[in-house]
Design a protein around this ligand. Structure first.
Ligand SMILES: N[C@@H](CCC(=O)N[C@@H](CS)C(=O)NCC(=O)O)C(=O)O
Length: 202
């Protein structure tokens, strides 16, 4: 089994997951250019030409960071990151979706619609960047209010994959320069705790 990897947010999501599990996988580190992620060799493995890609020993390919994490959770269930009973699984999935749709996706839209790196991949619309920058402070305030009940992690009392999606968003927020607004102390507490985890540097 090997992981096609690059210095970017989505593969990092899997690297954090592996670090939290205490797992290690052989990696193929690709550059973010025509010799690497933009090359024909990767496109043969993932038709979207994106990493992470997990290749199993029998040649099976699994793309999409969350699909890879789910597979790894099945291989090594502990520490559990996707939930135990039905209610916990649902709560973690709910918060994972919210982290992805409400926070990570808007940050990713800023990157995709403003960085030269993406200009051949999609039609860049500056107004989309402007709209996300305008709307994100309110979304971050919403997340702060959710964390105001004092829960240490976004889906409850323990660290889960929903926090890893949050860590990916926080990493992107540095990249596209969207700081946490002043006064969002619950969000700041959660942010500080996640950045202090050893897996932050995975
Ligand atoms: N939804 C995918 C997103 C994968 C993705 O966007 N990967 C980016 C890095 S964050 C990539 O490989 N880009 C390569 C390129 O654009 O050349 C996932 O979660 O795995």
């Amino acid at each position: 089994m090997k992981l096609y990897n690059a210095a970017a947010a989505s593969p990092r999501r899997v690297r954090i997951f592996l670090a939290e599990k205490g797992m290690d996988l052989p990696r193929v580190d690709l550059s973010l250019d025509a010799q690497g992620t933009r090359g024909e060799a990767l496109r043969k493995k993932n038709s979207l030409g994106e990493v992470p890609v997990l290749e199993l020993d029998d040649g099976t390919i699994i793309c999409e960071s969350q699909a890879i994490c789910r597979y790894l959770e099945s291989l090594q269930p502990e520490p559990n990151l996707f939930g135990g009973d039905a209610v916990e699984q649902a709560r973690i999935y709910m918060w994972d979706r919210r982290m992805e749709l409400e926070i990570l996706t808007p940050l990713s839209l800023i990157a995709r619609h403003s960085f030269d790196f993406f200009k051949d991949k999609l039609t860049q619309v500056p107004a989309i960047v402007e709209a996300q920058r305008h709307d994100l402070p309110a979304k971050l305030a919403w997340l702060d209010s959710a964390l105001a009940d004092g829960r240490p992690f976004v889906a409850g009392e323990r660290f889960t994959v929903a926090d890893i999606t949050g860590m990916t968003a926080l990493f992107l927020s540095d990249f596209v320069k969207v700081p946490i607004p002043e006064g969002l102390d619950h969000l700041k507490r959660w942010n500080d705790a996640l950045r202090a985890r050893p897996s932050w540097n995975a």
